[in-house]
Design a protein around this ligand. Structure first.
Ligand code: HEM
Length: 495
């Protein structure tokens, strides 16, 4: 009981402490309502490091980007795994994936790096390019008629296209040859994936509540949605599919050989991968396309870049001709799209980096040091950095070329107090726990934009539409979703 209402007293050498007013919750409600505002206010009051009591935990926030590095430098006192493992088990319902607990000896992070980066990235990109075109064009020929505008919500469109293509890329196809020409099989496959999308959305809605510790049994329809996703990803069902990615094949093998998980638990680890691969990518794709359509300058520059790259690759666009294919090198040579995607993510990302102190230790920052107690959390909230007007002038405005230098190449020098920053862009986290799918994520969004600009004319239904607000209920969890959808229309460019 004392733990619930008890407030810690600040000891000598510790950062300034905010206990908050509420028993147990401490600052949780103020933080939850608007984390950015809350942290800015505390930063003004206490300086660049302070401690907040949030739902029984003590979190030390580091707000000076020049101190971010200390999290890496002093990694031996800070654990990144326990928190991740515990959250994954809580949210997806599998047993502990911490090797210490004995259910598995798989090093998940290694599996992800091995199957999402390096040479493994090429087949993923290739499959995604094909799947995106299948989903955008071939599977929709009945709806896409020359000169006919199709109107749809932009978020709904990004969600459908990215989920379907990403799902096919990681979890393969249901029927034999890739994208069977048999229409009824196509329809069946589509219906299954769109059904999985509905389940994904239903489950994703309560994701923040599950992270906060509420049991899934409180949410009947989300629970049943998760169970349906689990059913679809049971090994016996995955084994019936073709073209599974290396990621899924290797994870299945390691589930079977290194873990004591039962069939359902194994499937739950695949639901976790499905969620990680989609939950941030979908809103990031939305914001990239939304800002692109809203900015005529960005649209002009991006269209020109896409045309140049297609010409240099000898690619022609037409519904009858073969699919456009661009390899990794060609995609890596598109700095304007890179800058647009980065800028869209700068504006919409609200991830939070956590580390847990595995012992009492002294945290050395640039100039001073602070005592940290065991089990306390040290956290970064990079939105503070992304919205810092000293680093990014006019920080709430989308500037498509913000990450381009005077030669039109990637800009990497950003300054604060006249000093060059090492960390200026962090939607993928930092250090050892950095998102292993980040390269694939940026490539798939770039492929999506390239194909949209190649095949379609697009416009907003209301060209003066306001930029939707960021849904703060997911603050801390990654790319924020828009609070409302925006209608747009598209039609085939040619014929
Ligand atoms: C973890 C961001 C796309 C796979 C993470 C983390 C962040 C993140 C912030 C946590 C890092 C930390 O705790 O410090 C994003 C964003 C994406 C994206 C912004 C898209 C725009 C993807 C994709 C995949 C993926 C496409 C896979 C295909 C993962 C996995 C983890 C992860 C497996 C857990 C890593 C681990 O615990 O070892 N991501 N991600 N992500 N992401 Fe991503």
């Amino acid at each position: 009981f004392w733990f619930l209402i008890g407030r810690r007293k600040r000891r000598r050498g510790e950062p300034p402490l905010e206990n908050g007013f509420l028993p147990y919750l401490g600052c949780a409600l103020q933080f939850g309502a608007n984390p950015l505002e809350f942290l800015r206010e505390k930063q003004k009051k206490h300086g660049h490091i302070f401690t907040c009591r949030v739902a029984g935990q003590y979190i030390h926030f580091l707000t000076d980007p020049f101190s971010y590095h200390s999290l890496i430098r002093q990694g031996k006192h800070l654990d990144w795994k326990k928190f991740h493992f515990a959250t994954s088990a809580k949210v997806f319902g599998h047993g502990s994936i911490d090797p210490v607990e004995g259910n598995t000896t798989e090093n998940f992070h290694q599996t992800f790096i091995r199957t999402l980066q390096g040479n493994a990235l090429d087949p993923l990109i290739e499959a995604m390019m094909e799947n995106l075109q299948y989903v955008m064009l071939q599977s929709r020929t009945s709806k896409l008629q020359p000169n006919i505008w199709v109107t749809e919500g932009l978020y709904a469109f990004c969600c459908r296209v990215m989920f379907e293509s990403g799902f096919l890329t990681l979890f393969g196809t249901e029927f034999n040859s890739n994208h069977d020409k048999n229409l009824s099989k196509q329809e069946t496959e589509r219906a299954h994936i769109l059904n999985a999308l509905e389940n994904f959305k239903e489950f994703d809605k309560i994701f923040p509540a599950l992270v906060a510790g509420l049991p899934i049994h409180l949410f009947k329809s989300a629970h049943s949605a998760r169970e349906k996703l689990v059913e679809a990803l049971l090994h016996k069902n995955l084994l019936k599919r073709n073209n599974l990615s290396e990621l899924v094949t290797l994870r299945m093998f390691l589930n079977d050989t290194l873990s004591t998980f039962d069939d359902k638990e194994k499937a739950k680890t695949h639901v976790a991968v499905l969620w990680a691969s989609q939950a941030n990518t979908i809103p990031a794709t939305f914001w990239s396309l939304f800002y692109l359509i809203k900015s005529p300058e960005a649209m002009r520059a991006a269209t020109e870049e896409v045309q140049t790259i297609l010409e240099s690759a000898g690619e022609k666009i037409g519904l009858d001709s073969k699919n456009i294919s661009l390899n990794r090198k060609q995609l890596d040579n598109m700095p304007i799209l890179d800058s647009i995607i980065k800028e869209a993510m700068r504006l919409s990302s609200a991830s939070m980096t956590f580390r847990v102190a595995n012992e009492d230790f002294t945290l050395h920052l640039e100039k001073e040091f602070y005592n940290i107690r065991r089990d306390d959390i040290v956290a970064l909230y990079p939105q503070l950095l992304h919205f810092d007007p000293e680093i990014y002038a006019d920080p709430l405005t989308f500037k498509y070329d913000r990450y381009l230098d005077e030669n039109g190449e990637e800009k990497t020098d950003f300054y604060r107090n006249g000093r060059k920053l090492k960390y200026y862009y962090m939607p993928f986290g930092l250090g050892i726990a950095k998102c292993p799918g980040r390269l694939f994520a940026v490539h798939e969004i770039k492929q999506f934009l390239t194909l949209i600009l190649s095949y379609f004319e697009i416009e907003l239904v209301d060209s003066n539409v306001q930029c939707p607000s960021l849904d703060q209920s997911r603050a801390g969890l990654g790319i924020l979703q828009p609070t409302n959808d925006v209608d747009f229309r598209y039609r085939l460019k040619f014929l």
